[in-house]
Ligand binder design. Sequence first.
Ligand code: NAD
Length: 261
Amino acid sequence: MGKLDGRVVIVTGGARGQGEQEARLFAAEGARVVIGDVLDDQGEALAKELGGDVARFVHLDVSQEADWTAAVGAAKDAFGKIDGLVNNAGILRFNELVSTPLEEFQQVIQVNQIGCFLGIRTVAPEIEAAGGGTIVNTASYTAMTGMAYVGAYAATKHAILGLTRVAAMELAAKNIRVNAVCPGAVDTPMTNPAQLDPTADPTEAQEAVAELYKKLVPLGRIGKPEEVAALALFLTGDDSAYITGQPFVIDGGWLAGVSIV
Ligand code: NAD
């Protein structure tokens, strides 16, 4: 028996990183998974690897209303219903607030915040029609505290907790639970030092990052995307049946307190 036997779950940003691990774990736990992403080749390859009876890829830019309508149609055509959503897609931009162009700030809101809103608005009625289910939104530790130079990102992640709480209240009577994961630093392409600083030597940059997290994080390391997937599984499955409207920090203890050594 898998923890998600019989469920159909859409995972946005499911082509790589945390979303990929969520798609893999959910499929292993008996769900049929619809992988939505703008990375068509990677998403298609993952769906193919998992198998057509278990997974489908749909091109889904979460900031686009029409893409959501098409994705829901494709999911229902493939698997007949939808009873879960993981709003995982997100983008990160580094900038000082006073230097951030309006277009950049709006782009981050469009993907992270409006993408999450559109997902809830489009998919919740389908989950209700299926008899109930779950929505897991992906916030961040930057939803719980400030972080310099990621102002647009942190603002949207705070907003995702607001969306999570309101959606949980409004959808509870429809038997839909809504929670949020708040990862700390997780080892995915988003945090890849080579991507953050293309001029840096990749090996040295990796070592510097490992050293940084050893100091910053009580558990002494960066998180693994599989660990976030395990939390998303808990919040999607029945083990969390009495939990809704809550943020769940998964950060190796980073936010537990300030270190002076
Ligand atoms: P990632 O960059 O590896 O994956 C993000 C995925 O979202 C990619 O597949 C990307 O193509 C997709 N995506 C981007 N824009 C999209 C759009 N408009 N429509 C659909 N898909 C889109 O990063 P990740 O670390 O796996 O991030 C997953 C989520 O976790 C994000 O919401 C991110 O903000 C959040 N998060 C990550 C970390 C971390 O340290 N990696 C920490 C906290 C929160």
